[in-house]
Ligand binder design. Structure first.
Ligand code: COA
Length: 257
């Protein structure tokens, strides 16, 4: 599969997706969103991929938002379609991906860029990263899940402040507010740390990882506990469950396929 705006690198069961429109600070135009959709679907079906890392090309930006030039003349129905399509094809697809996804935030993550990072399961940042939802300065509000995922991650009060003020926060502030899990000194260190964490995760049961993502995503939703019970019970009887339990009983490390 070849892409115009993504660089894909698959190694050691990890698919690294680099969003690559550096001259436009990796802003998400329609074609890039389509390509992210295809790359995620490809990772889901590829048996040689167990985890995904998303980053941005260069040192300056992860993603500086949706491509403003593409929607500047949209009317309300067109805006609605843009948001609905994005939710379904990219942001919800990422959040509900059965394989773990880490956002390696290597610079500006603004608007749709921060929303992309928030749809991922885990976020890490380089020290130069800056994050924000500046849509109100464009007369908009976040349209790719930002009003929902930001309060979930950092709490309502701070989310209100960020969205209403459009102020960016630094990587350190993002760490303090639990928007990111870790801050690394630069992009190479960031990618190294993200890869190490992913290598750890993908040694665990793929079935249990998938079930945990699904159950955690159900938190804060009305049927969260039922979802957890359902996913928990679905694990019983699977090959991964048998291998995991047997390995424990036999005092050895589990080996999941
Ligand atoms: N959509 C389209 N193009 C974008 C973009 C976006 N979201 N963000 C940056 N770009 C483009 C700029 O237009 C510029 O293109 P040009 O060189 O052809 O003029 C290029 O990327 C570099 O950006 P520039 O603004 O010159 O860099 P800077 O260092 O002065 O500022 C930012 C960096 C991130 C502060 C600034 O680009 C910005 O505010 N971007 C928009 C952020 C935003 O509102 N995102 C939410 C969108 S919903």
């Amino acid at each position: 599969m070849t892409f115009n705006n993504l660089i894909i690198d698959k190694s050691n069961f990890i698919q690294l997706i680099t969003i690559s429109r550096e001259a436009k600070l990796n802003a998400l135009n329609r074609e890039t969103l389509k390509e992210i959709n295809l790359a995620i679907i490809d990772a889901i079906v590829d048996e040689n991929v167990r985890g995904i890392i998303i980053t941005g090309a260069g040192e300056k930006a992860f993603v500086a938002g949706a491509d403003i030039s593409e929607f500047s003349s949209f009317n309300s129905p067109e805006g609605k379609e843009l948001a609905k399509e994005g939710h379904q094809n990219v942001f919800d697809l990422i959040e509900n991906c059965p394989k773990p996804i880490i956002a390696a935030i290597n610079g500006f993550a603004l608007g749709g860029g921060l929303e992309l990072a928030m749809a991922c399961h885990i976020r890490m940042a380089s020290a130069n990263a800056k994050m924000g939802l500046p849509e109100v300065t464009l007369g908009l509000i976040p349209g790719y899940g930002g009003t929902q995922r930001l309060p979930n991650l950092i709490g309502k009060g701070k989310a209100m402040e960020m969205i209403l003020s459009a102020n960016m926060i630094t990587a350190e502030e993002a760490l303090t507010n639990r928007l990111v899990n870790k801050v690394l000194k630069d992009k190479p260190e960031l990618l190294k740390a993200a890869t190490e964490l992913m290598q750890n995760i993908i040694q665990k049961s793929p079935n249990a990882i998938k079930a945990a993502i699904s159950a955690i995503n159900a938190a804060n939703k009305p049927d969260g506990f039922n979802k957890e019970i359902e996913e928990f019970s679905n694990c019983f009887g699977t090959d991964d469950f048998k291998e995991g339990v047997n390995a424990f009983l036999e005092k050895r490390k589990p080996k999941f396929n």
